[in-house]
Design a protein around this ligand. Structure first.
Ligand SMILES: *Cc1c(COP(=O)(O)O)cnc(C)c1O
Length: 376
């Protein structure tokens, strides 16, 4: 029997659909490989990656128009990372370094996305993943992910801040590595988002608008911009504009909030672990912290989806809600990047509850009936 050789792509009849990589296009290798010289990794580091990063910087013309003055607004859609949030950027670093150190288990407190990312990367690295969540305040998609990725999920009767206190104590007393954003490798990985923004724009934006919860990401972006600036890859630094939910706004209150409340569960945090770093970034960049209400968040959330085709989770929409709130302050002709930290599919309950549209149901499958409800 003769074995037929596999058909080579060039001989396939539907050749037009076959993508032949041109010699100058390199497949994306994940953010550690791409930014290796700027990260604390060595030849010995076992890289644990799901090819995270390289997320699109999408122009948002409708929002640009709302701001006016020739301002160009982009969204950094980090919801397109492998587990659906920017947490993957930090987790590829944190888990790779934990593996390098011989860790067998990791632990995190989480409003949801950290647990999803920790679970995926830890399990890929053959480690146990323990996640401590505030009971009843984790979006459905995130819980589904942590469970299916194989995390051991423990719900505590308290909020995120209580959960973080417990996991810090666990990591001090037991052989588990803490992978919350107090782990310095997390911020190292997350800073690559700033590199990507500069690599695409050719310079830093004038403003960076970002949701603030535990305040790791704003600190990481600032690290990234400063590092690129010192390397001469950007000749300016952005104003760091951080937005908290009005019910969970310790930076606006100037002190921790004991009972944070917001439907944007990813930023429902009353005592940010990276308090000093975030204030350093805000002050050094002459930026600001502002609060946005849940109503403003939901408005931006619907607007992003219905006018721009970008579905993010509620916490992420705080960046756009914030920009629209302080748009008078944006300099004319400037470039603004709003960070969309997580994917809208994480929280389907919120989408269904707060959509302007509803399913029109109870319709017979007949042309005349369907045409009638369509208004024809
Ligand atoms: C974690 C998270 C945030 C908050 O980021 P911090 O680094 O804690 O400030 C915002 N949005 C989403 C979707 C997140 O998962």
């Amino acid at each position: 029997m003769t074995v037929q050789p596999l058909t080579s792509p060039s001989s396939v009849s539907h050749a037009a659909t076959v993508i032949t990589p041109s010699s100058d296009v390199k497949p994306w290798a994940g953010l550690i490989e791409t930014y290796r010289p700027y990260l604390p990794v060595s030849e010995k580091t076992p890289v644990v990656t799901l090819l995270e990063g390289n997320t699109p910087l999408i122009p948002v013309p409708y929002i640009s128009q709302q701001v006016g003055k020739g301002v160009k607004v982009f969204v950094k859609y980090d919801g397109l990372n492998p587990t659906g949030s920017f947490k993957d950027r930090g987790m590829t670093m944190a888990i790779s370094k934990a593996k390098e150190d011989g860790a067998k288990a990791v632990i995190c407190a989480s409003t949801g996305n950290t647990s999803a990312a920790a679970a995926a990367y830890a399990r890929r690295a053959g480690m146990r993943a323990f996640v401590i969540i505030p009971d009843g305040y984790v979006a459905l998609g995130k819980l589904a992910q942590a469970l299916l990725y194989g995390a051991e999920v423990i719900a505590v009767e308290g909020n995120f801040d209580d959960a973080l206190t417990v996991v810090k104590q666990m990591a001090e007393n037991y052989p588990v590595t803490l992978v919350n954003s107090v782990n310095p490798y997390r911020l190292e990985g997350q800073k690559t988002a700033a590199f990507e923004v500069v690599d695409v724009l050719g310079n830093a934006p004038d403003w960076l608008c970002i949701p603030v919860g535990n305040a790791g990401n704003i600190s990481a972006y600032w690290m990234g911009f400063c590092q690129y600036h010192s390397l001469g890859k950007t000749d300016k630094l952005p104003k760091m504009m951080g937005f908290q939910a009005a019910g969970a706004a310790p930076f606006i209150a100037g002190q921790p909030v004991a009972k944070p409340e917001t439907l944007a569960t990813a930023i429902r945090i009353g005592n940010p672990a990276n308090w000093d770093k975030a204030w350093g970034a805000k002050d050094a960049s002459q930026g600001e912290f502002n609060a946005v209400t849940d109503e403003e968040i939901l408005k931006a959330y619907r607007l992003l989806a219905a006018h721009e085709g970008v579905f993010c989770e509620p916490a992420s929409a705080a960046s756009v809600a914030g920009l629209l709130k302080v748009k008078e302050q944006v300099p004319a002709e400037s470039t603004v990047v709003c960070v969309l930290t997580g994917n809208g599919l994480k929280d389907p309950d919120c989408a269904i509850e707060h959509s302007n549209n509803q399913v029109i149901s109870g319709i017979q499958p007949e042309l005349s009936k369907v045409a009638q409800v369509m208004g024809f």
